[in-house]
Design a protein around this ligand. Structure first.
Ligand SMILES: *Cc1c(COP(=O)(O)O)cnc(C)c1O
Length: 333
């Protein structure tokens, strides 16, 4: 049995998040039974998937006596915003190193959405040019904090290390519990995969509980082989941390790179269709960078009849709605 309770954890999220049927969307697409796991509702300053990871990461930071959280991300990083929120809630300082990853950003992209929230949450923002070494930039900030007598704790991009991935091991267990309560069999989970912690945690959690649930990550900027390798490494590290015996099968790591379009953070027609369709049929707000592209993938795969009609597919809504406001020009009619 998995005993997540032995790892230090700070409660930050509203958990468990709801598992809801997407009845109108399922009928509209005429495919399998589509469900949605509402990790956009984790509650931490507009929520999202980083909240679960931060519960374990911040606990580790507190254990080490840290007084400042430092993390990195793209300008509109949802992870950075949730880290700023966690820091505010616990009375820690927060430094966000933000990369100008998207070329030709609009004013909305530079100032609205997550950036607005980062400022409100009291984080210090440092901007670095595209393709900078984010690890080096975070280390530089940590050194500055140390020099002024502070105690920094550096969280990797997306909160994706084995400690952070524990949050999604927990989510896998939560989904299995909710499926049991509703008396349904979950066949597959689909979600956006970026820095890999979400997928690695889910794969480890579903494998360790021998549930037979398959996980499909839709990539948001990386080619498939590259993504699967990253997820694989993190699955191994997470399994080690959990003390799982026996390797987790490599074929349980599956990514699809057909839906991110030109590059990370660049809108696609499929994303725009998915964002509108989910709003109109389910009153669910997706985001332009992650969940919107992942849902465009799920919609396309349903249309291509990749799934049997009686399958239960759970889409994990990983959050990011704050990003919608940064992409307003992309949705202007
Ligand atoms: C970070 C993020 C993801 C990707 O999760 P990873 O654990 O980084 O792979 C998906 N959706 C949203 C909204 C995110 O912010």
């Amino acid at each position: 049995m998995l005993q997540l309770g032995r790892f230090p954890r700070v409660r930050l999220g509203h958990l468990p998040t709801p598992l809801e049927p997407m009845t109108r969307l399922s009928i509209r697409l005429g495919g399998p039974n589509l469900w949605i796991k509402r990790d956009d509702c984790t509650g931490l300053a507009t929520g999202g998937n980083k909240t679960r990871k931060l519960e374990y990461l911040v606990a580790d930071a507190l254990k080490q006596g840290a007084d400042t959280l430092i993390t990195v991300g793209a300008l509109q990083s949802n992870h950075a915003r949730q880290t700023a929120a966690a820091a505010a809630k616990l009375g820690l300082k927060c430094i966000l190193v933000l990369e100008e990853r998207v070329s030709q950003p609009t004013d909305a992209y530079r100032h609205n959405g997550n950036v607005l929230l980062d400022r409100l949450l009291g984080a210090s923002l440092k901007y670095v040019p595209r393709d900078s070494s984010m690890t080096a930039a975070a280390e530089l900030s940590a050194e500055e904090v140390r020099k002024s007598g502070g105690r920094p704790y550096v969280i990797p991009g997306g909160g994706s290390n084995a400690i952070g991935a524990l949050g999604y091991v927990g989510c896998a267990l939560e989904i299995l519990q909710q499926a049991a309560e509703r008396d349904i069999r979950v066949d597959r989970v689909v979600h956006a995969t970026g820095s890999s912690g979400t997928q690695a945690g889910l794969v480890a959690g579903f494998a360790a509980s021998q549930s037979g649930v398959r996980v499909l990550g839709i990539t948001v900027g990386r080619p498939r082989a590259n993504q699967e390798a990253n997820v694989g490494k993190l699955v191994d590290a997470t399994a080690d941390l959990l003390g799982l015996k026996g390797a987790i099968a490599r074929d349980s790591i599956e990514a699809n790179d057909s839906y991110f379009g030109e590059a990370y953070g660049i809108p696609t027609p499929g994303m725009k269709e998915a964002v509108s369709l989910l709003a109109e049929t389910e009153a669910v707000l997706l985001d332009p960078v992650y969940s919107g592209k992942a849902m465009s993938g799920l919609i396309d795969l349903v249309r291509k009849q990749m799934f049997a009609k009686d399958e239960n597919i759970v889409f994990i809504h990983t959050g990011g709605q704050a990003g919608l406001f940064a992409y307003e020009p992309a949705f202007a009619a």
